[in-house]
Ligand binder design. Structure first.
Ligand code: NAG
Ligand code: NAG
Ligand code: NAG
Ligand code: NAG
Ligand code: NAG
Ligand code: NAG
Length: 592
């Protein structure tokens, strides 16, 4: 394969020399100023000519390496969350062509067996109303396999599922989370909307930074933005160990948080706990299926050449770093030299650090994946090195909320308010008035279904895990720090005291009036079309109940002494219906 070496150092050196010359010029005595002023103008003129004269021919990095995405439409414009429809009423008959036209959301959870961690991931996802999770690799544990082999198997199965499953379409959204240590905190509509808003904002900035690329033979109006974000991972305060000089650690973009957000030692304290998160962590990712697939195709290609235990993490770090180097090379190729030099001089350059980076780039190979990270933990919070950054707070406590940031030493602190994307959500404690009379399973039981009074309990006075420094309430937390904290943190989550009742409410919501109506409306407000509640799909398209995976974990999930999940009273097997009203599992209900 042909290759080019990254043409970096020369260019930079010429500029820093010019900077030094000018710097000396400015420090001469008054008398010489006039001549010097003229020299400066001359110098700038020379400098302006410099890039074109000293530049060796550089490849057009955008064209030379595949940079276009599987389809031109942007994920931020996809209609995953639709407004409720009012134009069809409940008496109309079922449309016969029942397909959900807009993209769906799929929740993928790699896990080969049930465990306390996996069951907490699944339970919190269900309580928050995520579509039924798909367990990847469940029941496919190869006895005697090494940790590396297991990891490769998991990633291969996840990629194959996204590629081959008939239910996953290219434009569908895929949310993949670490099965062992993820707690969901906010519902899917908040996560998806924040993801779209975040990349919309970031893509505006990327447009200003990198501009457009003209496509050969097409009119200017069809120019495409060179680089965009399409997939977000969580951001971490630490980079993958041992890669310090790799672009994945050295060249990634700076955080959007203020440079003093953790006080004056921000980004400089040795152990890293005061770093602003900016490195990729693979524990949670969201994006469209086609984009995610490209990334994991490349991860698998790189894994073929490595045998490390966390090879996937290393591969993703390197993929992100190389993407940023190519973007920077393309930016330097097209940038205005004087502007660039001036921005550096006054310290407002947004250039990526590619000093000392030397890569062998393969012609025709893809380095552009639309990867970004969620700097401020609006979506994903990574616990590692961050255990002291969060508190569980009730937003209606004004005393507490106005002191919170000051207590954590956040500069320019202000009172945190409950964001509107949460305050406008339905009250999570509200029970349908039909639940009590209904014969639907799980059958109403005053003890098991007890929730706080929704007249005085809501998101405003539920304890929400808040990243005090960024001021955001993450949609989910990845507990990749000290494992000893997992039990304590689970018990602090807002839903924990009511977890069993909330889970029963979620299961019941699957086959009541709401579902019938949803089916009638073409399932258009379902995030995932296969339906079913209270159970889990596997990547080989079988349906298993939560009880099958998690019975025995009740003490760690609920700690309420009310017995095994779904076997609290002598219920027969739960019947589970899909959105067409057909039975997926369990016994048909007998109507009396
Ligand atoms: C459905 O039809 C019934 C009887 O025809 C009527 O009483 C009811 O109001 C209708 N419901 C809606 C939502 O239109
Ligand atoms: C750029 O990265 C190199 C490592 O590749 C590092 O030594 C250097 O300090 C970095 N420069 C800046 C300004 O961060
Ligand atoms: C509000 O927060 C303060 C300070 O943490 C606490 O002392 C007080 O009990 C809280 N009030 C309520 C109503 O929770
Ligand atoms: C909540 O308030 C409504 C009306 O204000 C009342 O009908 C309902 O019974 C109350 N709910 C509870 C659980 O007290
Ligand atoms: C809500 O009201 C009920 C009585 O209806 C009371 O027992 C409970 O303590 C109240 N909860 C809060 C958080 O004020
Ligand atoms: C409700 O559940 C509790 C706890 O499992 C049980 O003891 C009680 O008998 C149940 N009540 C009814 C009416 O089924």
């Amino acid at each position: 394969m042909a290759s080019v070496d990254a043409p970096l150092p020369q260019f930079t050196d010429a500029k820093s020399k010019a900077t030094t010359v000018l710097w000396q010029v400015y420090h001469r005595p008054r008398a010489q100023r006039k001549t010097i002023a003229l020299s400066v103008i001359a110098l700038i003129f020379v400098f302006y000519m410099l890039p074109s004269s000293s530049k060796r021919p550089e490849p057009d990095f955008w064209t030379k390496f595949p940079s276009q995405h599987p389809f031109p439409e942007r994920p931020e414009d996809a209609q995953v969350i639709l407004p409720p429809r009012t134009d069809i009423n409940i008496n109309q008959t079922l449309p016969h062509d029942l397909d959900k036209p807009n993209p769906r959301l799929h929740l993928l959870v790699p896990a080969s067996q049930g465990s306390r961690g996996v069951c907490r991931t699944l339970t919190s996802a269900m309580i928050l109303g995520y579509p039924p999770p798909t367990l990847v690799g469940y029941g496919h544990d190869v006895p005697g396999a090494t940790e590396t082999e297991r990891m490769v198997e998991q990633i291969t199965r996840a990629r194959n599922y996204i590629r081959d499953s008939k239910t996953v379409h290219d434009r569908d959204f895929v949310l993949m989370v670490d099965g062992l240590d993820t707690f969901f905190q906010l519902p899917p509509q908040v996560l998806v909307t924040r993801f779209q808003n975040l990349i919309r904002t970031n893509n505006q900035k990327l447009q200003e930074k990198f501009g457009f690329a003209g496509l050969d033979g097409r009119p200017v109006s069809e120019n495409v933005q060179k680089y965009t974000q399409r997939v977000l991972f969580g951001a971490s305060k630490v980079c993958f160990p041992g890669l310090q000089d790799d672009p994945g650690c050295a060249s990634v973009p700076e955080s959007t948080l203020p440079p003093d957000v953790y006080g004056w030692k921000t980004d400089s304290y040795p152990d890293g706990h005061l770093n602003r998160p900016k490195w990729l962590n693979p524990g949670a990712v969201i994006g469209q299926a086609a984009d995610i697939r490209l990334i994991y195709d490349e991860v698998l290609r790189l894994l073929d050449q490595s045998t490390k235990k966390s090879g996937d993490y290393q591969a993703l770090t390197q993929i992100y770093g190389r993407q940023e180097v190519i973007r920077e090379l393309e930016r330097r190729r097209t940038t205005n030299g004087v502007k660039e030099w001036f921005y550096r001089l006054v310290g407002i350059s947004d250039a990526a650090n590619i000093t000392g980076i030397s890569l062998r780039l393969e012609t025709g190979h893809r380095y552009e994946y639309g990867i970004g990270v969620d700097f401020e933990s609006q979506l994903f919070f990574n616990q590692i090195m961050s255990r002291n950054d969060v508190e569980w707070v009730k937003y209606n406590n004004i005393t507490k909320m106005s002191m919170l940031q000051a207590q954590h030493g956040v500069p320019r602190e202000h009172r945190l308010l409950l964001p509107t994307d949460i305050s406008t959500l339905p009250n999570p404690y509200y029970q349908s008035p039909f639940a009590k009379e209904s014969t639907l399973r799980p059958v109403w039981n005053a003890t098991l279904d007890k929730l706080p009074d929704p007249n005085n309990t809501s998101w405003h006075n539920s304890p929400l895990m808040t990243n005090v420094h960024s001021g955001h309430i993450p949609a989910l937390a990845h507990l990749n720090g000290d494992p000893k904290l997992r039990n304590a943190w689970w018990e602090k989550m807002w839903f924990y005291p009511w977890a069993r009742a909330l889970l029963r409410k979620y299961v019941r919501s699957a086959h009541g009036f709401d579902t019938a109506q949803s089916a009638l409306l073409g399932g258009q407000d379902w995030l995932e079309v296969r339906g079913g509640r209270g159970g889990i799909w596997t990547d080989d398209e079988t349906w298993i109940t939560l009880a099958e995976v998690c019975n025995g974990q009740e003490r760690d999930l609920f700690d309420d002494g009310l017995g095994l999940w779904s076997k609290e009273v002598d219920d027969p097997d739960e019947p589970v219906y899909n959105q067409y009203g057909s039975l997926i599992s369990g016994k048909e209900e007998s109507f009396v």
